[in-house]
Design a protein around this ligand. Structure first.
Ligand code: PMP
Length: 417
């Protein structure tokens, strides 16, 4: 039926039958008709090849003690729903805190954790969820200088005791205020991604999560790391994103990469928290079905056998170093950040104002990069961040190809301005 059909007709069918919001958020002006995929490459219906830099937002024995008990689900939203329920049952408290700008799911419960207007609907959602200031050292009120000791890493990783490293203290102060004013001084949980994903690869100042976990636990709450994007070696230096913060959460939620495209999610927690969850029956027909488990198990084997975590570190570090050079070269690249293959490139009108680059300009560059054969993502509260999170098998040559394309696209945009 689709054979020989024109692209216009295919687009019309998509418009009539697909979620219109998805069409708006993730589609190009001239959409790509993907027909085939292999490793990091995709082919459209005309046989045109694209380098995929956005698909890879791709166990219990991989986690440190005491994280031993696993519950299998079918998605990240389901995993976070379950984690919310378990935290509340275990602590006897109700309130949950998350970062502004975060995305933790689209179900009615997790919509409350999510704090980005684009993903919120006017229904009763996530009662008891409070959002606290995201410790963003580029766009937030504090921090923002690149560390003088390192060309790539900003104060997020730095502890050189310059004045700008005070950002951590100031953001912790904000969290303390939220804890003192918005909740009844006791909380059930604090949810945080080790590096914000949909929020635009936002990294926090060094030690922030460590201190936040302490404050939360003092108020009876449990700490939950949402590893849906950062888990499975993507950050390169560690298998889990939280390990880069020197903390051990009470619960870890995961999805996406665990099944490498197959629907699967999980919550891993401590035996103590699991024991609080035995009063009722928790049941999930497809959670942990044999097909999903076989796939997740071979994903873990492949990550190990193919050295994909090390590859994330090598290619990701190289990409960030080279992107930092482009940041220094172009007025409209404000910030380059991330770890391994979880990278954000924040675009601005100019470096002095840090005003987000307009959606029109973002779309123009996004479209141009696609026309040259590379697919990247967008994110951030104002859609101002290009997100680069490729399949973990990409090579140095792929990175060079993208860098050349991105450089040309920004260069051409600047020339027209
Ligand atoms: N948490 C994070 C950090 C996510 O990025 C996402 C999906 N973008 C989710 C949870 C929700 O996962 P799912 O789409 O599988 O429900």
């Amino acid at each position: 039926e689709y054979k020989g059909m024109s692209k216009e007709r295919m687009l019309e069918i998509r418009r009539q039958n697909c979620n219109p919001m998805t069409m708006r958020v993730t589609y190009y002006k001239k959409p790509v008709f993907i027909h085939q995929g292999h490793m990091q490459w995709l082919w459209d219906v005309d046989g045109r090849r694209y380098l995929d830099l956005f698909a890879g937002v791709a166990t219990a024995s991989y986690l440190p003690d005491p994280l031993k008990v696993i519950y299998l689900t079918n998605s990240g939203s389901e995993a976070n729903d379950l984690a919310m329920l378990m935290a509340r049952l275990h602590t006897g408290n109700f309130d949950i805190i998350t970062f502004r700008g975060s995305y933790h799911g689209g179900s009615p419960q997790t919509m409350g954790l999510t704090s980005n207007a684009a993903y919120k609907y006017p229904i009763a959602n996530g009662l008891g969820c409070t959002n606290t200031m995201c410790p963003d050292v580029f766009r937030g009120p504090w921090g923002g200088n690149h560390c003088r000791d390192s060309p790539v890493q900003t104060i997020r990783e730095c502890s050189c005791a310059q004045g700008h490293c005070m950002a951590n203290e100031q953001y912790i102060g904000q969290l303390k205020e939220t804890l003192a004013t918005s909740v009844p001084n006791q909380i059930a949980a604090f949810f945080g991604e080790p590096i914000q994903g949909v929020g635009g690869a936002v990294q926090y100042p060094k030690n922030f999560l460590k201190e936040a976990y302490k404050l939360v636990r003092e108020r009876g709450g449990v700490c939950i790391a949402d590893e849906v994007q950062t888990g499975f070696g993507r950050t390169g230096s560690h298998f889990w994103g939280f390990q880069g913060h020197d903390v051990i959460p009470d619960m870890v939620t995961m999805a996406k990469g665990i099944g490498n495209g197959f629907p699967m999610g999980a919550v891993v927690t401590t035996p103590e928290i699991a024991a609080s969850f035995t009063k009722g029956v928790h049941f999930n027909t497809f959670g942990g079905n044999p097909v999903a488990c076989a796939i997740a198990s071979s994903v873990l084997d492949t990550i190990k056998e193919d050295g994909l975590q090390q590859n994330s570190l090598n290619v990701g570090t190289y990409l960030m170093k080279e992107l930092a050079k482009l940041r220094d070269k172009y007025e409209i690249i404000g910030d380059v950040r991330g770890k391994g293959l979880q990278i954000g490139v924040e675009m601005v009108k100019d470096k002095a104002s840090r005003e987000p680059l307009s959606p029109e300009a973002m779309n123009e560059i996004f479209e141009d990069v696609k026309d040259m054969g590379v697919l990247i993502g967008k994110g951030g509260l104002y859609g101002q961040t290009f997100r680069i999170k490729p399949p973990m098998c990409i090579t140095m040559e792929d990175a060079d190809f993208f860098l050349a394309v991105f450089n040309k696209s920004i260069h051409d945009y600047m020339a027209k301005r």
